[in-house]
Design a protein around this ligand. Structure first.
Ligand code: NAG
Ligand code: NAG
Ligand code: NAG
Length: 149
């Protein structure tokens, strides 16, 4: 009997854990359903719940497309952001889709994680990601320039 109760409560804990997101700070206010959507809209079909500051995505299986940063941070954790295709959450230094490169420059691992394309590289000044074929093309033109000057 005790074992049954224990198993059942463990099961409930894991179901609850798997279903809803982590606490996400939406800003001041009390009711997360009111406070969060204005600044942190979620993909269609997803909802915030809870009481500030403990706002969570109610049910993380709510969407598998149009994922965005607030969804990823609640459902996966604070280091997660939506990839460029917005169909999964990846662990990178800052947003894939909304990066302010003055704050966090691109590096090659972020470019590849965001794009899911292991041929991408960060530009040397960290201002953007480029395909390595473009790097080849630009170094080819660079070479031409050197040859003709
Ligand atoms: C989250 O995704 C929804 C649906 O694609 C979009 O309307 C919203 O602007 C996104 N929010 C953020 C903070 O990226
Ligand atoms: C990109 O930056 C992260 C965080 O600083 C670091 O862990 C990673 O090794 C860097 N990747 C490259 C390719 O420089
Ligand atoms: C890189 O190449 C892929 C596939 O050819 C393309 O879809 C993507 O837009 C390119 N990315 C950049 C940053 O040029």
């Amino acid at each position: 009997m005790l074992i049954k109760v224990l198993t059942l409560s463990l099961l409930m804990v894991s179901v609850t854990y798997a279903a809803s997101g982590n606490v996400f700070n939406c800003g001041a206010g009390t009711d997360c359903t009111v406070v969060c959507p204005a600044n942190f809209p979620l993909p269609q079909g997803c909802q915030w719940s809870g009481t500030y500051p403990s706002c969570v995505v109610t049910e993380c299986s709510c969407s598998s497309s149009n994922l965005n940063d607030s969804y990823c941070q609640s459902c996966k954790g604070s280091g997660y952001y939506a990839n460029t295709a917005m169909n999964s959450c990846v662990q990178v230094q800052a947003s894939c889709n909304n990066r302010n490169v003055n704050n966090v420059k691109w590096n090659t691992s972020d470019c590849q994680a965001c794009s899911g394309n292991n041929k991408q590289k960060a530009k040397s000044d960290g201002s953007a990601c480029i395909n390595s074929s473009k790097i080849l093309i630009s170094s080819f033109f660079g070479l031409l320039l050197i040859l003709f000057i």
